[in-house]
Design a protein around this ligand. Structure first.
Ligand SMILES: [Fe+2]
Length: 154
């Protein structure tokens, strides 16, 4: 049983963003499985992967918003920063040997769903208006989008 199920309500309609959000949901489910497995090394490994991927996603999302001149770009970035600080606190505790996975998972489940449905859904229209409808189903192999993906995800 997955801990967090993807539902259509979470689709923003921008394919490149939805793919990244799905990957984050997958990693949350992996963290849950690792937590159930109970091996601290595995838990910390998945936790690290989840944090890295999420930070790359935030940077990508911020660049997309900046490119589109999204008026609430700064506020959105601030929300990402506050979340990043909260996660860093969890990582500090994890580094001392504490299993933070159960608490982190319940925080993530609520935060991510609210963030995607609220803050993320809010920027879609501005991005489509500014960058054109192609951004929704963009071919990510080249151009600005391809370069940004390479820059943040390698
Ligand atoms: Fe976001």
């Amino acid at each position: 049983m997955a801990y967090l199920h993807w539902s259509n309500e979470l689709d923003t309609g921008i394919e490149v963003i939805d793919k990244q959000h799905r990957r984050i949901v997958d990693l949350i489910n992996e963290l849950n499985a690792a937590n159930e497995g109970g091996d601290p090394a595995v838990i910390n490994h998945v936790l690290g992967e989840l944090v890295d991927y999420t930070l790359s996603h935030f940077s990508f999302e911020e660049e997309l918003q900046e490119k589109a001149n999204y008026p609430f770009y700064k506020a959105h970035k601030r929300v990402h920063e506050i979340f990043t600080k909260r996660v860093a606190e969890f990582q500090k505790r994890a580094a001392t040997g504490e299993n933070v996975a159960p608490e982190l998972l319940s925080m993530l489940k609520i935060w991510l769903v609210n963030h995607i449905k609220g803050d993320d859904a809010d920027y879609v229209e501005a991005i489509v208006n500014s960058l054109g409808v192609e951004i929704k189903k963009s071919d990510t192999s080249g151009g600005w989008l391809g370069n940004a993906l390479k820059k943040f995800f390698g």
